[in-house]
Design a protein. Structure first.
Length: 63
């Protein structure tokens, strides 16, 4: 599912640079990012994310 497809269905995309990830900062490996795509969460009025639909990790240690 692409970002555009998830947005069309009420999903949300979160982008997190590795400079904001504690473990990456502690090891000094802060190049890269995480991107999470979550489905809607209707019971909470759409606040926050729901079920994880997809993820991308770009980092030297990503596997």
């Amino acid at each position: 599912m692409t970002e555009a497809e998830s947005a069309a269905h009420g999903g949300r995309v979160a982008y997190l640079p590795m400079t904001e990830v504690d473990r990456a900062v502690a090891t000094g490996e802060t190049r890269g990012f995480l991107k999470l795509i979550a489905g809607p969460r209707p019971l909470l009025g759409g606040t926050g994310g729901g079920r994880l639909l997809g993820a991308t990790a770009v980092d030297a240690a990503a596997r």
